[in-house]
Design a protein around this ligand. Structure first.
Ligand SMILES: [Zn+2]
Length: 280
């Protein structure tokens, strides 16, 4: 089955609110240039409360996530798993692969292969393999969804803390300027009201400020932007042509330029000028 127009991007993450922290700004920029957005948390976030039970917490967080997806203008895909129980295995793989086939993404955004917790790393593995199976007729998804043809490119977000589990810094391939998307990111994150209240009162953790702090940290890493999201492109083998980078191509090729600090390209749609790309 051929992929429909316009192109779509699917974010596959472990938990409700992960998209807002690390990918929402990039998704909003893609929407501005005509892409359809798809929003998928593998876990329903059932452990994210000390006051309500698992079922009620899952219901509350599904409502919050749906509201956040609406703020972003993204199609919401219901969660299929539970907190701390995202394992790389057949049951979840078939369910995640079904979401991939429904969304038919040209781009899949997911966690870093190395991150601070297993749910994130296992969600990443599920996303990567589900994307790999998108065109395989003999791979059955749950529920059954027809395969589709065409390239899929997978990108990995920056890990929490911007380092791997052994405290080694992770450097992105490129940065996306999300200064202009900060307010919308915060608005989407604020939809996760149960988390905001819980973290504020139990840990003195300012939820919305933490989102700003993360994009500011990535911005500092860029050496250029005040607020940024960073991305690494997954190896093309089995997914797409070698030289294709649909994320940077979609986000204005005329504004890709070299960053002397990290020796990697930078993408910005927020720059007013029509400055030409600089030679690397
Ligand atoms: Zn998470």
């Amino acid at each position: 089955m051929p992929r429909p127009q316009p192109p779509s991007v699917l974010a596959i993450v472990a938990h409700p609110d992960d998209i807002e922290f690390s990918a929402a700004g990039t998704m909003l920029l893609l929407k501005e240039v005509g892409w359809q957005l798809h929003y998928f948390n593998i876990s329903g976030g059932d452990c994210g409360s000390t006051k309500t039970g698992r079922d009620e917490t899952r219901r509350i967080r599904a409502r919050e996530s749906q509201a956040a997806a609406e703020v972003l203008g993204a199609e919401f895909h219901p969660s299929v798993g539970n907190d701390m129980l995202i394992f790389f295995g057949e049951e979840l793989l078939r369910k995640v692969a079904a979401v991939v086939r429904k969304a038919q993404p040209r781009i899949v955004l997911t966690h870093s292969p190395q991150d601070y917790m297993e749910d994130h790393m296992n969600a990443c593995r599920l996303a990567v393999t589900a994307a790999f199976t998108h065109g395989m007729p003999n791979f059955e998804t749950d529920p059954a969804v027809a395969p589709y043809d065409g390239d899929v490119t997978v990108y990995h977000a920056m890990p929490h803390g911007l380092c791997d589990g052994l405290r080694q810094p992770v450097e992105p391939d490129f940065f996306v300027d999300v200064e202009r998307q900060r307010a919308a990111k915060r608005q989407a994150l604020a939809c996760h009201e149960s988390q905001r209240a819980w973290l504020d009162e139990s840990q003195g953790f300012d939820y919305l400020a933490a989102c700003d702090a993360m994009s500011a940290s990535v911005g500092r890493l860029s050496g250029t932007f005040a607020h940024a999201e960073g991305w690494r492109r997954h190896l093309h083998l089995g997914y797409s042509a070698e030289d294709t980078c649909p994320l940077s191509e979609a986000l204005a090729p005329s504004l890709v330029h070299h960053n002397p600090h990290v020796s990697k390209p930078i993408v910005s749609l927020n720059t007013a000028s029509n400055e030409s790309p600089q030679a690397p």
